[in-house]
Design a protein around this ligand. Structure first.
Ligand code: E4P
Length: 219
């Protein structure tokens, strides 16, 4: 199971990367906008920190615009993956880019049919959005499970990035249904290694150790 960080914040990436937990990074125009720095500068900084795939998204809507942007973005670093929105124009772009050896991550996938189209067009990654489906009372995890079944049944190489992860359940369920990758917001990471019973257990062990030492001293 690979972990990607779903952020464009360089400090956040550095912090989690120090723990050896970052296999890649995903960004989107919203996340880039939050940083208030030029797109190219942020992406180049991230690709300098992380060895794995770093997704950077196009903003054009026509295939020709996406292809032009993608070719430029792909030159910024070797580990770039170009994020392309799931539209008819996006599919056209993915096909051309795949032919040129440029890796793509097709984003905003909400149905199995969309995942299949993107895969057949030649996407390296597909990103089903779990949280946004759950927001409209649909089943985000079922989509990830169905996509995994699809890829295995027909032996496609495309990998699933479970995206729009908002809580631990989303992550644990993604693992259970076989997402290849989960992209996780930096803010969720501390919750992944913490548990109140762990903290309580540590405190109890320290208290018991103190009592034991006090007893030895009294002897
Ligand atoms: C990742 O590729 C997506 O852009 C991201 O996970 C979207 O998350 P959100 O639905 O919480 O904005």
């Amino acid at each position: 199971m690979k972990f990607f960080l779903d952020t464009a914040n360089v400090e956040e990436i550095k912090r989690v990367n120090e723990l050896g937990l970052v296999d890649g990074v995903t960004t989107n125009p919203t996340l880039i906008g939050r940083e208030g720095k030029p797109f190219e500068e942020v992406i180049k900084e991230i690709t300098g920190i992380v060895d794995g795939p770093v997704s950077a998204e196009v903003v054009g809507l026509k295939a020709e615009e996406m292809i032009k942007e993608a070719r430029e973005i792909a030159m910024w670093a070797e580990n770039i993956v170009v994020k392309i929105p799931m539209t008819e124009e996006g599919l056209k772009a993915v096909k051309v880019l795949a032919g040129e050896g440029i890796k793509t991550n097709v984003t905003l996938i909400f149905t199995v049919a969309q995942g299949l189209m993107a895969t057949k067009a030649g996407a390296s990654y597909i990103s089903p959005f779990i949280g946004r489906l759950d927001d409209i009372s649909a089943d985000g995890i079922k989509l990830v499970a169905d996509l995994r079944k699809l890829l295995d049944t027909y032996d496609y190489d495309t990998e699933i990035i479970a995206a729009s992860i908002r809580n631990i359940n989303h992550l644990e369920d993604s693992v259970a249904v076989g997402a290849h990758i989960a992209t996780i917001p930096g803010s969720l990471f501390p919750a992944l290694w913490s548990h109140p019973l762990t903290d309580k257990g540590i405190q109890a062990f320290l208290d018991d150790w103190k009592a034991y030492e006090d007893k030895l001293e009294d002897k």
